[in-house]
Design a protein around this ligand. Structure first.
Ligand code: GLT
Ligand code: MN
Ligand code: MN
Length: 393
């Protein structure tokens, strides 16, 4: 039994919709400088452990489950055993994706490789992986283009690369429709690593591409905490923009220090305040998607440490969710927010052009000295928020 699985208010249950990738808890601690520090855990064992810990589901790349060189018979046996474990535990596979980055064939990208044969191979691999995902019940299909990019701009015309990327997404949307798969595609932006620079580096870049696709309604975002943080951005703002556009199809939760390599640390561990506002955003907007952890245990950990990491990720989310409820019920905080509401911060306090309104605003008399003097009390508001987070309120 995992040592952190105590039963209390923060004990995860399937209805919380927490999911992990096979590649996350299955991460053996390899890094660019050192070999694996713990043995590979089998997919069936992962399913059982995650179910025991209270997760809802497990997500996967094609090759997380099926080795690249597996024969058709081996593939069928692996899938059969995996499905049996899902059946036994009730664990679901809500999301699937393709490994388009491990094989050296993708060293210059998959959908944006300059080699058209590689681009066709990437389509073939993705179609097969979409078939597998459907077989396992997945309804969200993620595209993380880790190798889509450049080290030198002498290599490819980035305008052409965008067209190749668009062609691939259009092609695969049509494939999903033709097969009756009904997938929602979720693009996952990242600024760099493993490529020197990756195409579609931010949520905004990806959103803009989506509206140029043949089926924009099928395609949304899978933003990741670490990726926006690497780019020095406020993750909640990007997620809010995706949410507001109806494009938050999935989310990768983890933690990251700015200005570093992609750390993929346990959710909430590096910047609990940012994690708090993210949970607040997701919970207040009643977002119904999966809370997916795309992160892994420190390289120092053995297997027990991996399960501590997994349990800790879910526990932190639930603790922050409780803090959000506390924030929303705090009379002092709500008093300060009501003052802001009275000034016009309430949802729906918007302007819509009409000739009449234009005239009214043109003629409006503003008491600018008073407006300049009027503070916002954000210091007080933030301190109260921090005191909730510090656990003294
Ligand atoms: C890889 C990457 C992640 C992506 C995964 C999906 S694989 O671990 O670092 O951010 O979400 O392809
Ligand atoms: Mn990452
Ligand atoms: Mn990710």
């Amino acid at each position: 039994m995992p040592r952190s699985a105590t039963q209390d208010a923060y004990t995860p249950r399937p209805e919380h919709h927490f999911t992990f990738g096979l590649w996350t808890v299955g991460n053996p601690g390899r890094d660019p400088f050192g070999e694996a520090t713990r043995p590979q855990i089998g997919a069936v064992e992962i399913v059982h452990k995650l179910a025991e810990l209270g997760a809802y589901g497990v997500n996967l790349h094609d090759n997380d489950l099926i080795p690249r060189d597996a024969s058709p018979a081996e593939r069928d046996k692996i899938v059969k055993d995996f499905k049996a474990a899902l059946q036994q535990t009730g664990l679901k596979v809500p999301m699937a994706t393709t490994n388009l980055f491990g094989d050296p064939v993708f060293r210059d990208g998959a959908f944006t490789s300059v080699d058209a044969k590689v681009r066709r191979h990437a389509l073939q691999k993705t179609m097969r992986s979409m078939d597998l995902g459907k077989e396992l019940g997945a309804f969200t299909y993620v595209f993380w283009g880790g190798r889509e990019g450049t080290e030198t701009n002498a290599s490819k015309d980035p305008q052409e690369a965008m067209k190749w990327f668009r062609d691939a997404l259009n092609f695969l949307c049509e494939y999903s429709i033709a097969q009756g798969y009904d997938y929602k595609f979720a693009l996952e932006p990242k600024p760099n690593e493993p490529r020197g620079d990756i195409f579609l580096p931010t949520i905004g870049h990806a959103l803009a591409l989506i509206y140029t696709l043949d089926h924009p309604e099928m395609v949304g975002l899978n933003p990741e905490v670490a990726h926006d943080t690497m780019a020095g951005l406020d993750f909640s703002h990007g997620v809010a923009q995706a949410l507001e556009a109806g494009k938050l199809f999935h989310i990768d939760l983890n933690s990251q220090k700015p200005g570093r390599y992609d750390q993929d640390h346990r959710f909430g561990s590096e910047d609990p305040k940012a994690a708090f506002f993210l949970v607040k955003l997701l919970e207040d907007s009643k977002w119904s998607g999966m809370r997916h952890f795309d992160s892994h245990a420190y390289r120092t950990e053995d297997q027990q440490g991996v399960w501590d990491f997994a349990a800790g990720s879910m526990r932190t989310y639930l603790i922050l969710k409780e803090k959000v409820a506390q924030f929303n019920a705090d009379t002092q905080i709500q008093g300060l927010l009501a003052d802001l509401g009275a000034r016009g911060s309430k949802a729906g306090a918007r302007f819509k052009f009409s000739n009449e309104l234009a005239k009214t605003i043109q003629n409006e008399q503003f008491d600018l000295p008073a407006m300049r003097d009027h503070g916002y009390a954000y210091e007080r508001l933030d301190q109260l928020t921090m005191e909730i987070l510090f656990g003294v309120r």
